[in-house]
Write a protein that binds this ligand. Structure first.
Ligand SMILES: Nc1nc2c(c(=O)[nH]1)N[C@H]1C(S)=C(S)[C@@H](COP(=O)(O)O)O[C@H]1N2
Ligand SMILES: [Mo]
Length: 375
């Protein structure tokens, strides 16, 4: 197959040829369809037993669906800059590149687990995945354009369009300090292949440690501005109250802040919830990560949190990067049982049994519990 055709297939989502695809599609595992028009797809928890999520099973989320695939779609840098620029993906490929392995997690991952229920896509714990991203540091692009002193935010625009003129666009912004962080990339590759259309190709922002609403897909414009992006998706959505609120209690504009770092979390891949397991030792496998720091430890419990066993960690520790954990629990009695996982990050944050309720249903990171039938 010639290179351009191979590129096209990969960009069109032919993930079977990519590195993650070679890592294997778990037999029988399928994405869960949480919505159509636009498509909202959740990853089955059973594949959270490895460092890289197989691309065909990587969760998909967007507000309006993807624009047409245009592998050469350019990125403009505008606003408070010394000179405006327009760069094609090939221009970016010609610049020094940088790679980062990072989790993508929707701020609303686990929303369905909040009590009382919160409106929005009813995600379980599968609205996340990990990939290796290659691209150009956003800091390098901004240096090319020259950032003015007054520029405090980088506006982020994608090529996707709202369905109706009255629907606000998905326009967001990133504080300049985070934009200049060397881990913030404009990515053109996901797991060694062009970023597939469903994940924002040709160019997508990667902000390790920050919730995925900050990671604009189908990136077309970065506009340097004085203040946060106006509009619904920055000023109303993706904000968390500064202090806990009761369901139904109004939150004023100054009472909430943008959802940035995702909190420490672990999810169990195996055993699956509801599984029948044999009496005796059982292996518990999953992933753990934090947007604040690398993972320090993961513990598992088979007695509702009375006692905990330390798990072994695999992979590299890093902010916003997941590691696989593996532990063995002794299930001595037959009948109903449950296993819990609890992660702690290097900044000392510990996964809570139940997180604080919030009106957006963001940042669910309660202990993951799988119920088992011991035979
Ligand atoms: N242009 C654009 N980028 C976007 C969105 C969108 O609607 N439009 N949705 C964001 C949200 S809310 C999430 S959770 C992630 C999902 O990324 P994925 O589909 O690659 O998993 O994309 C983000 N980037
Ligand atoms: Mo999201």
């Amino acid at each position: 197959m010639d290179l351009s055709r191979r590129r096209f297939l990969l960009a069109a989502g032919g993930g079977a040829l990519s590195l993650g695809g070679l890592a294997g599609r778990a037999s029988g595992a399928n994405l869960l369809e949480l919505g159509t028009n636009p498509q909202q797809l959740e990853t089955p928890l059973e594949v959270f037993d490895r460092l890289i999520t197989p691309p065909p099973l990587f969760f998909v989320r967007s507000h309006f669906g993807p624009p047409a695939l245009r592998p050469d779609r350019a990125l403009a840098i505008t606003g408070l800059v010394g000179r405006e620029l327009s760069l094609t993906p090939d221009d970016l490929r010609a610049m020094p590149s940088s790679t980062v392995t990072a989790v993508v997690i929707c701020a609303g991952a686990g929303r369905s687990l909040y009590e009382p229920r919160v409106p929005g896509v009813q995600w379980g714990n599968g609205a996340m995945g990990q990939a290796e991203w290659r691209g150009v540091r956003l800091a390098d692009l901004l240096a090319e354009a020259g950032v003015g002193d007054e520029a405090k935010q980088v506006g982020l625009r994608g090529a996707d369009r709202p369905p109706m003129p009255t629907t606000p666009p998905f326009y967001r912004s990133l504080p300049i300090e985070r934009a200049l962080d060397p881990t913030t990339l404009v990515a053109y590759e996901m797991n060694g292949a062009p970023v597939p259309l469903s994940h924002g190709g040709p160019l997508r922002l990667v902000v390790p440690g920050w919730a995925a609403d900050n990671r604009t897909k189908w990136l077309v414009e970065l506009d340097l501005r004085k203040d946060e992006a106006p509009g619904f998706y920055m000023q109303k959505a993706y904000r968390v109250p500064n202090s806990p609120v009761q369901p139904g209690e109004p939150v004023g504009p100054d009472g909430a802040h943008p959802a940035h770092e995702f909190p420490v979390k672990s999810v169990i891949a195996r055993p699956a919830d509801g599984a029948r397991v044999a009496r005796g030792r059982s292996e518990v496998v999953g992933v753990a990560f934090s947007g604040h720091a690398g993972i320090d430890r993961v513990d598992v419990s088979a007695d509702d949190g009375k006692t905990w066993t330390a798990a072994k960690l695999e992979g590299e520790a890093g902010l916003g990067r997941w590691q696989v954990f593996r532990a063995s629990v002794d299930l001595k009695e037959s009948g109903a049982a449950a296993v819990l996982a609890r992660a702690t990050d290097a900044a000392g944050n510990v996964q809570p049994r139940t997180p604080t309720w919030n009106p957006g249903g963001y940042f669910w990171n309660g202990w993951h519990r799988v119920a088992l039938e011991v035979a």
